[in-house]
Design a protein around this ligand. Structure first.
Ligand SMILES: NC(=O)c1ccc[n+]([C@@H]2O[C@H](COP(=O)([O-])OP(=O)(O)OC[C@H]3O[C@@H](n4cnc5c(N)ncnc54)[C@H](OP(=O)(O)O)[C@@H]3O)[C@@H](O)[C@H]2O)c1
Length: 320
């Protein structure tokens, strides 16, 4: 099998390489690394070998089975179709295709079945959305959700490697405001509605993945934490839902771990969404509060990309 990693030198790309290695998907397979012109020739450790990074251009695209894109939406828009022409399934981490009707937006354990033999491009949801929909999926086994109010505390790694420099050096090279000793209640650009694009992504993508028109109010905040996103979530159901019942459903959920206090220092490096502070909200009927924390580079990006690839292989989806 041949796997291309586009954006291999970035935070997500490097984590994809790590996860492929952890899942023993390097030995016996051919891995191609792509990044921008300025990384051409750089060598990255992939399993036990060092592989050269190729500059991405129409002339450097090699035939492959999977093209895993984590290089921003412009690069995906320019090059994803070119990889499909070379026979690849494209699994895209950017926002380029998430809203296209014919592109499945996938968290495999929830809606892997939306990938069909006709699918060529699969979109991976935004990191904040993946962490949210995983616990919601299990809670939906008991009751429908009428409304969600979610506030995020998003780590700096969510904005890529240049933002980490901003955190460490107090600069504003990537983020538009200083993040050191600060927090920024804006992620991505503002929309006409007053929401930011990040807030809108959480609303739209949650509805698409869960296939429900849930009412969602979202506020996304960048916090001066290097890695791991957290979310405070208030959920109103269509019938009574005790905290005990929610814990019982969640404790058996795949990739969910119950903890009294989910925190970035605990979630860092884990493949699970940590869920805690589950309690009744006495201010409104049929409502629960909970707090989530997860590694945005793994759970919110690279692990989901690799899990989509594994789902396609396991289910023998051929993309013809
Ligand atoms: N960070 C997260 O938690 C997260 C979560 C979910 C989704 N995502 C999405 O994943 C993507 C990557 O995020 P990241 O955090 O890894 O960003 P990053 O650390 O800034 O890395 C960006 C990567 O894209 C490459 N790149 C930039 N321009 C390119 C071009 N013209 N041609 C080829 N490669 C190019 C960079 O190569 P050079 O090193 O050569 O510049 C680098 O490898 C983004 O679309 C982001 O929205 C990120």
């Amino acid at each position: 099998m041949k796997i291309s990693i586009i954006g291999a030198t970035g935070l997500v790309g490097r984590e994809i390489i790590k996860i492929l290695s952890e899942k023993n998907l390097i030995n016996g397979n051919t891995i191609y690394l792509y990044a921008s012109e300025k990384s051409a020739g750089k060598k990255l450790k992939v399993g036990s070998k060092f592989l050269k990074v190729m500059p991405l251009s129409l002339s450097t695209i090699l035939p492959c089975d999977f093209a895993l894109f984590s290089a921003g939406s412009l690069v995906s828009k320019m090059f994803a179709k070119e990889f499909t022409k070379k026979g690849a399934f494209v699994i895209d981490n950017s926002s380029a295709f998430r809203r296209k009707n014919n592109v499945p937006l996938v968290v495999p354990q929830i809606n892997g079945n939306t990938i069909t033999n006709k699918t060529k491009i699969i979109a991976c949801p935004n990191c904040s959305t993946i962490g949210l929909v995983l616990p919601l999926f299990y809670l939906l086994k008991h009751a429908e959700i009428e409304r969600i109010v979610v506030s995020t505390y998003q780590a700096v790694s969510g904005a890529g490697k240049k933002a980490i420099e901003d955190l460490n050096n107090g600069t504003t090279k990537k983020l538009n405001e200083p993040i050191k000793n600060n927090l920024i209640p804006q992620i991505d650009h503002f929309l006409y509605s007053g929401n930011t694009f990040e807030e809108d992504k959480m609303i739209y993508e949650t509805q698409k993945i869960l296939n429900r028109k849930i009412n969602i109010s979202s506020t996304c905040v960048r916090v001066p934490i290097q890695n791991c996103h957290s979310e405070s979530v208030n959920i109103t159901f269509n019938k009574p839902f005790s905290a005990k019942m929610a814990k019982n459903l969640l404790k058996n959920g795949q990739k969910i771990e119950l903890l009294p206090l989910p925190m970035p220092t605990l979630a860092n490096g884990s493949n699970n969404v940590f869920v805690g502070r589950i309690r009744k909200d006495y201010s409104f009927k049929n409502t629960l509060n909970m707090f989530l924390c997860f590694d945005n580079l793994r759970v919110g990006a690279s692990l989901n990309v690799v899990s989509i690839m594994e789902y396609i292989i396991l289910n023998k989806i051929n993309g013809n």
